[in-house]
Design a protein around this ligand. Structure first.
Ligand code: ADP
Length: 187
């Protein structure tokens, strides 16, 4: 049985930073669907060609494509000790796709990252300047926030009903935020 840990939160909340640290410390696979899609774009695969303009506009890649990509990823050896899902699920159909894996890959914990919108915009624009990430622009950020509110935020209720949610105050020092997440892995 390989437990899944879901990192849920708006763009710029710091999920990727924390996912990498937790995965390294606890020997879990770090699965970022955003990173995977960007790799498809840069290597010019069929999926990458479909995803490119959607990513730049801040829209979601269609569920069936992302679900297929994720399920294939879970079959790779490094997931056998469990995984952190960073950026998946982002919609209700994506969350439901995990329910059918419940025997092999049960969702163990869901971390909801909370950061106010002013701080998020600041972080994303800074990241765009530093990394040149093509979707870290003012226009795309607006769309990504809307998509988050409409499609992804309902997942908080979905997982709350299953009593899996831990809310994380994700404003502050990286190390302090890390400590507030890692304690759940030591229980
Ligand atoms: P952020 O959370 O900062 O927006 P990500 O790297 O997680 O950054 O995602 C970047 C983009 O990749 C999203 O805006 C979306 O277009 C696409 N993407 C990532 N994960 C998913 C997913 N689970 N479903 C659909 N699209 C996704």
């Amino acid at each position: 049985m390989s437990e899944l840990n879901i990192f849920l939160g708006p763009p710029g909340a710091g999920k990727g930073t924390q996912a990498l640290k937790i995965a390294t410390e606890f020997g879990l696979a770090h699965i970022s669907t955003g990173d995977m899609l960007r790799e498809h774009v840069s290597s010019g695969t069929e999926l990458g060609n479909i995803a490119k303009s959607l990513l730049d506009e801040g829209k979601l890649v269609p569920d069936e494509l992302v679900i297929k990509m994720l399920l294939e990823r879970l079959n790779i050896e490094d997931c056998k000790n469990g995984a952190i899902l960073d950026g998946f699920p982002r919609t209700l159909p994506q969350a439901k796709s995990l329910e059918s894996l419940d025997k092999e890959f049960p969702v163990a914990r869901v971390f909801v990252f909370e950061v106010n919108e002013d701080e998020l915009v600041k972080r994303i624009l800074l990241r765009g300047e530093m990394t040149g990430r093509s979707d870290d622009t003012k226009d795309s950020i607006k769309v990504r926030f809307e998509v988050y509110k409409q499609d992804t935020q309902p997942l908080v209720d979905f997982y709350n009903e299953k009593n899996l949610v831990n809310v994380i105050d994700a404003v502050g020092e990286v190390e302090d935020i890390y400590n507030s997440i890692s304690r759940y892995f030591k229980l």
